[in-house]
Unconditional design. Structure first.
Length: 80
């Protein structure tokens, strides 16, 4: 999924790749803490490079959680 987003550097060790990992760190911490073994899926946000955390059952994807762009360290919940 890393490379599917237009304009995203495919090198995770690049400056932009490191920035992207830091941006998504609150989401990864949330998943590690609350869903360590739970079923989930990721989708890339095609606009800004964030990852979206979704249920793995595609017939039940009514919400998604991602790192906030406006409040660093916080999470956003989106309804689809």
């Amino acid at each position: 999924m890393w490379e599917l987003i237009p304009g995203v550097d495919s090198n995770i060790r690049s400056r932009s790749g490191s920035h992207r990992m830091k941006l998504n760190a609150p989401l990864f911490s949330f998943i590690d803490h609350f869903f360590p073994d739970g079923p989930f899926a990721f989708e890339p946000n095609m606009r800004d490079g964030r990852f979206v955390f979704l249920p793995d059952r595609v017939n039940h994807q009514g919400f998604g959680i991602s790192a906030s762009l406006f409040y660093p360290g916080w999470l956003d919940i989106g309804h689809f």
